[in-house]
Design a protein around this ligand. Structure first.
Ligand code: RB5
Length: 156
């Protein structure tokens, strides 16, 4: 799988340490920054990673900030992105099985590196669930489309 990964300063060291793990797991990694611990703004990296996923350059995206929350809020503004903040095995598996999450958001101040690796593996390896989940994800896409029509905001 091709995985785009990005972080802000709070997530930088975890991103740095996760990249060799992803390579060892057999994935191709696109590093979208940041590249040091100097203070920076998480939406910039949410944008870079989600653009890669949206355009199909990457299959999945991983975003790391202090909590995962800011990254998820920013990422979910991008059409076609389903970003999930996950904090344990159940949420990581459900994000894949129920929500077809194509971006995983992790909190560097909430999770250890070992926990992150476990969540990433689960999220990547868990298949999307049965038809009722497809129907629900389809309804999410329909909401998104109703607001995108002609570049204007329309009532759904
Ligand atoms: C940075 O201090 C912090 O606000 C950011 O990493 C993230 O947690 C935002 O959601």
């Amino acid at each position: 799988m091709k995985v785009a990964i990005g972080s802000d300063h709070a997530g930088y060291s975890k991103k740095r340490d996760l990249m060799p793990f992803l390579l060892r797991e057999g994935h191709e990694v696109l590093d979208e920054g940041c590249y040091d611990e100097e203070s920076c703004d998480y939406p910039d990296f949410a944008r870079k990673v989600t653009e890669r996923v949206r355009r199909g350059v990457a299959d999945r995206g991983i975003l790391i900030c202090g909590t995962g929350i800011g990254m998820a809020i920013a990422a979910n503004k991008v059409p076609g992105i389903r970003a999930a903040v996950c904090w344990n095995s159940k949420t990581a598996a459900a994000a894949a099985e129920h929500n077809m999450a194509n971006v995983l958001c992790l909190g560097s101040r909430m999770l250890t590196l070992v926990q992150m690796k476990r969540l990433i593996r689960l999220w990547i390896e868990t298949p999307f669930g049965p038809d009722r989940h497809r129907r629900r994800v389809g309804k999410i896409t329909a909401i998104e489309r109703s607001f995108l029509c002609c570049g204007k905001h329309h009532k759904p």
